[in-house]
Write a protein of this length. Structure first.
Length: 249
């Protein structure tokens, strides 16, 4: 798959997830639309997705879309995913992200050589639930591992599951990766091993693997497996009062 085709497939996914007719501008830049049904972010939040040099912003209402469009009209696609820059021009109350968006195809995929011992979690095995509980609610939730639709690929140390990976089926034949490592086993390449198995499974099923990573260690694993960073995702909850941008200059 060419880089251009990988980029096209990534954009097709986020266009469908926007929930309203919109396209990434071929010449770059930012488009803001009212999309209360957007699947990019929580209800009533504003979502930003940048893929290469073009970005789309989905706002929960026409009024919010107008406020955002006015505020970001002169911003570049890089500034649009800069939280400090957004706070200077919009009434940002809460933030999720930013997270980098990585994609891989079969030609670019670099399987891990540390995969010995990776297995599929047997039906009824409680090891995954134990790993999620050990990692804590916040990390387990961010991993998305409880919501995967694929098999779970795991590594054990004794009877303990110390790492797991899988993916959830998204629109446009995209496999959204989830990876989690027990806190006391990080930094030992176990994330790469289980993730490699999940990516291989997705590619064999004809799916496009997507890796969304906020933290640097996760981003490094994606790069080590041959993923290409194509964009960024960010969600913000906005207040009702526009920022007086004149006072900040």
């Amino acid at each position: 798959m060419s880089d251009a085709h990988l980029l096209m497939r990534a954009r097709e996914l986020w266009v469908e997830m926007a929930g309203t007719p919109v396209e990434f501008c071929p010449s770059g830049g930012v488009k803001v639309v009212a999309a209360p049904g957007s699947r990019w972010s929580p209800p009533s939040w504003t979502g930003v997705v940048r893929i290469a040099d073009a970005a789309i912003v989905t706002a929960p209402s026409v009024w919010a879309a107008g406020m955002v469009d006015d505020a970001v009209r002169e911003m570049s696609h890089e500034e649009l995913v800069d939280v400090a820059r957004l706070r200077a021009v919009l009434p940002v109350l809460e933030v999720l992200g930013p997270a980098s968006l990585f994609y891989a195809d079969r030609d670019g995929f670099l399987p891990a050589h540390e995969g010995a011992g990776v297995e599929q979690l047997p039906s009824g095995d409680g090891g995954l639930a134990a790993l999620l509980a050990l990692s804590g609610e916040e990390e387990a939730g961010e991993s998305g591992l409880a919501d995967i639709s694929s098999p779970a690929f795991i590594l054990r140390r004794g009877d303990e599951v110390i790492a797991a990976a899988g993916y959830r089926s998204w629109p446009r034949s995209v496999a959204h990766l989830s990876v989690l490592v027990a806190p006391h086993c990080r930094g030992r390449h176990v994330a790469r091993a289980v993730a490699s198995a999940a990516v291989a499974h997705a590619l064999d099923a004809g799916l496009l693997p997507q890796w969304r990573a906020r933290l640097c260690p996760s981003q490094r694993v994606a790069v080590a497996l041959g993923f290409q960073e194509l964009g960024t995702q960010l969600s913000v909850r906005l207040g009702d009062t526009p920022v007086d941008r004149g006072r900040g200059r």
